[in-house]
Design a protein around this ligand. Structure first.
Ligand code: DC
Length: 222
């Protein structure tokens, strides 16, 4: 029997992960944060002192790099070479590294294979950049979630401040970083961030989390 696969794509800070997590919890199905997998890859290179711009050096690491994600009590745990790195992959340095490493096709091919396997084996809500366009393009449940750069920067800064991180960063600096990351994510050649024609567009700028979740839930075809 085919599994229920829900694709939620969009840029950083759009609210897509919050929506995806709520839906997965409400429906009692798996949630997969694919961005965490690119983040784990980036962390590996940062730790090894490998420049992420050096695609050849990054590619050499791939056969000996293992990224894995599992759900524990409703929360995703992301592993890098067997180590739980879930809380280490949320820094700004890793965010930027993840966006840069995601440009390398071989990195994507490796991670997408795992994502597709999970989608084949289980009912899952996946969030990312290329889920509806590339990872599971045949699903009927595709959403493209976004918000203005200013609002996304405000949310990201709030999230980091709540963790006691980046306390000296201004909203403008955050917005510039987010816009730069959007540009890398949407202009790469291989599986970029795109809004496909068949994806339902959700602008969360003026929506509460509850409204956004309800809006998406009502449109899921079971
Ligand atoms: O969703 P996030 O901010 O944790 O993702 C971090 C980076 O990973 C993002 O800037 C681009 C990359 N990414 C991707 O290329 N494809 C995905 N499906 C998910 C994330």
């Amino acid at each position: 029997m085919a599994h229920l696969n829900i694709a939620i794509d969009g840029p950083a800070g759009s609210g897509k992960s919050t929506i995806a997590k709520h839906i997965a919890n409400t429906m009692g199905i798996l949630y997969l944060d694919t961005g965490a997998m690119y983040r784990a890859m980036a962390l590996k290179m940062i730790r090894k002192g490998i420049s992420i711009q050096d695609a050849e050096a990054v590619k050499k690491e791939l056969p000996t790099t293992e990224v894995f994600a599992e759900n524990k009590n409703g929360t995703q745990v992301t592993y890098l070479d067997g180590e739980d790195v879930s809380s280490l992959i949320r820094t700004n340095e890793v965010s930027k590294g993840a966006s840069d490493i995601a440009v390398i096709p071989e990195v994507r091919i490796k991670l997408v294979a795992l994502q597709r396997k999970i989608a084949e084996m289980s009912d899952v809500v996946m969030d990312g950049r290329d889920i509806g366009s590339y990872v599971i393009p045949n699903t009927v449940n595709k959403f493209y979630v976004t918000a203005t750069p200013q609002e996304r920067a405000r949310r990201r800064l709030l999230e980091l401040h709540q963790k006691g991180m980046n306390l000296d960063k201004t909203l403008e600096e955050m917005r510039d970083e987010i816009v730069a990351r959007d540009k890398v994510d949407s202009s790469r050649e291989f599986a970029p961030l795109v809004r496909t024609e068949d994806a339902i567009y959700v602008d969360t700028t003026d929506m509460s989390i509850e409204d956004a979740v309800n809006y998406v839930m009502e449109r899921i075809q079971k």
